[in-house]
Design a protein around this ligand. Structure first.
Ligand SMILES: [Zn+2]
Length: 267
């Protein structure tokens, strides 16, 4: 039987994503840096705090974050593991509703406010339409997460970003999927006086043909498309029941299985 591996879009095996919290005004500068270099990020916003305390105003959300993902971060940023579950549910649904009214698509991601998370909350999230949520601790590694509801990044941007970026760019073994996931808050670049760090990183990482630049939810959606794939018992036939393509490595080559198609793989 031929060996079949899932690949990222275009047959790539490396993906880069960013996750920034709180929607402070410094997001304007961060988004412009990402846009200049073709990088994609997820921006976790508090729908009940927009326009307050140096946060991006509601009227600016749709246009500023176009091409990126607007994602939830609870309505008012409480430490949810200490809250009644009714409050947790309301904080998430109210945030989704406020953001969806602005961006015009279902908001399906979350990052835990203050990193606050519990087993009960993780069980609750799918019932509230949340498909991934990011934690504060990082792995230092480049693996895909086992559990998207307990998603840990590679690093915060203050954790040896440049060295990790070089390590990521150097990977050349296509038998693995590598994900570099960077998180933080854009106001930290002002606070720490280190905008040069992210500007240099974006310039170095952008424009690489072998890297898939994706938002958090695009990665979740793509892996769900992969999971939905159906193969014949000998893996010679691949059926993709989803609307978008899935790419697979077959032997030494790459095959795109378009949405709705059944493809014969390999020679
Ligand atoms: Zn936050």
């Amino acid at each position: 039987m031929q060996n079949i591996y899932v690949a990222f879009p275009g047959g790539r095996f490396k993906a880069l994503t960013f996750s920034y919290d709180d929607g402070k005004l410094q997001d304007r500068r961060l988004v412009s840096i990402f846009n200049r270099h073709g990088l994609k990020g997820s921006f976790h916003l508090n729908g009940g705090l927009l326009g307050q305390a140096e946060r991006i105003p509601a009227a600016e959300v749709r246009e500023l974050y176009a091409g990126h993902e607007v994602s939830a971060h609870t309505y008012t940023h409480p430490t949810i593991a200490r809250c009644p579950r009714e409050q947790v549910a309301r904080e998430i649904l109210d945030d989704r509703k406020a953001l969806e009214d602005l961006v015009g698509y279902p908001v399906r991601g979350l990052s835990y406010p203050n990193g606050s998370c519990s087993d009960d909350i993780v069980r609750l999230l799918p019932l509230l339409g949340i498909e991934y949520s990011r934690l504060v601790p990082t792995t230092g590694g480049f693996s895909m997460p086992e559990d998207f509801l307990r998603w840990q990044g590679t690093c915060h941007h203050n954790q040896e970003l440049e060295r990790r970026g070089e390590e990521f760019l150097a990977f050349s073994r296509s038998q693995y999927l590598y994900l570099m996931y960077v998180w933080g808050h854009s106001y930290e670049f002002d606070r720490d006086g280190n905008w040069g760090l992210i500007e240099g990183f974006a310039e170095r990482m952008g424009g690489k043909g072998d890297v898939w630049y994706a938002t958090n939810i695009e990665i979740v959606d793509y892996m769900n498309r992969w999971k939905a794939m159906r193969f014949s018992s000998d893996c010679s036939l691949a059926h993709n029941p989803s609307a978008g393509s899935v790419w697979v490595m077959v032997g030494g080559g790459v095959a795109e299985v378009p949405g709705g198609a059944t493809l014969r793989l390999g020679a």
